[in-house]
Ligand binder design. Structure first.
Ligand code: CDV
Length: 324
């Protein structure tokens, strides 16, 4: 039986404190790349905003005071060791970082980098959670809407060489994973491997409602597993975990197959590598049967998905005797 096998690693990162420089994070990441190489991985996936602490929890009145959290070039002096390790170990990598463009625009971005150091694909986060202004009700701020613009690159997929195979790769970033629309747009481009990083607090810090703590990981896994199953693809969801300056992020990074099964899962909240062999031909079953889009999708009935943003109230039905 033919197999299109690639070996994929998720490189979960433990906490990065506010005072720690990029050199510390990059040193840890290079060590994970070396370990991924020893495990035979051909691609390694790092979390969202992997180079720094999750800075959108910190409010700055003047956004320019947050500029030091952003990358203006890739590679830079500080990130060059990642590109050198990619070449040395012949390993591709996915990196989440804060991007500031030459014309001053700010995005929550991820890139997929070929072992040669060439950037193959870039994605800018579209579903930015949180708020723009300081929110006194919240225990901890979540200012992604202040620090980033909505991504302007859509959800691109490209066919690129990974470990001797041509693979249809796509990316999401953190909150994107919770939205089925994002996965379906990737699925419609026959994505085979979705890479995504996340920084998710262990508790819901928006105090307007109650969410039991144990549901936080369930919702993350549910989103990734259903996205993979419904779009017949592999998914690598990689966390930043642990306690950053008193703020807890859950780890629980996973690699998931097109059946929606978890193939590998992190067990710590620290730097940890998870590895899985992915036979890309596994994508064919869903794609040619239950999720054969060409045969079964009914876009003529899906208008609301793109025409409407918020939900609307349905018409009210009343029993005949109660009608006026
Ligand atoms: N970084 C994120 O996008 N975090 C969100 C939290 C705020 C809910 C997430 O969806 O995990």
């Amino acid at each position: 039986m033919s197999q299109r096998l690639i070996t994929v690693a998720g490189a979960q990162l433990g906490p990065i404190q506010k005072a720690e420089g990029r050199d510390i994070a990059v040193g840890r990441m290079v060590r994970l790349m070396e370990r991924a190489h020893r495990h035979g991985a051909q691609v390694v996936v790092f979390p969202e905003l992997a180079l720094t602490t999750f800075f959108p929890r910190w409010y700055e009145e003047d956004i320019a005071n947050a500029d030091h959290w952003y990358e203006t070039a890739l590679p830079s002096n500080e990130t060059a060791p990642l590109f050198e390790a990619a070449r040395k170990y012949s390993i591709a990598f996915h990196l989440g970082y804060a991007e500031k463009t030459p014309d001053g625009r700010r995005f929550n971005t991820a890139v997929f980098v070929h072992p040669s150091g060439e950037i193959v694909l870039k994605y800018r986060k579209i579903h930015l959670p949180g708020h723009k202004d300081y929110d006194p009700v919240r225990q901890v701020q979540h200012l992604e809407k202040r620090y980033f613009e909505v991504g302007d690159l859509g959800f691109p997929v490209v066919r690129a060489p990974v470990g001797g195979q041509d693979v249809n790769i796509g990316m999401l970033i953190c909150n994107d994973r919770r939205w089925p629309e994002t996965w379906r747009v990737l699925g419609l481009q026959q994505v085979e491997l979705v890479m995504l990083g996340y920084n998710t607090p262990s508790i819901n810090q928006d105090r307007r409602g109650f969410e039991a703590h144990h549901l936080r990981v369930l919702h993350s896994h549910l989103s990734i597993q259903s996205g993979c199953y419904q779009n017949a693809c592999f998914g690598v969801g990689v966390a930043k975990g642990g306690v950053e300056d008193g703020h807890e992020l859950f780890g629980h990074s996973i690699i998931c197959n097109p059946q929606g099964e978890i193939m590998a899962q992190a067990t710590s909240w620290d730097d940890e590598l998870i590895v899985a062999d992915c036979d890309l031909d596994m994508c064919n079953l869903g794609r040619t049967t239950i999720f054969n889009f060409a045969a079964h999708r009914r876009p003529e009935a899906y208008g609301r998905i793109v025409e409407q943003v918020g939900s609307s109230e349905p018409p009210v039905w009343q029993p005949r005797g109660a009608r006026r």
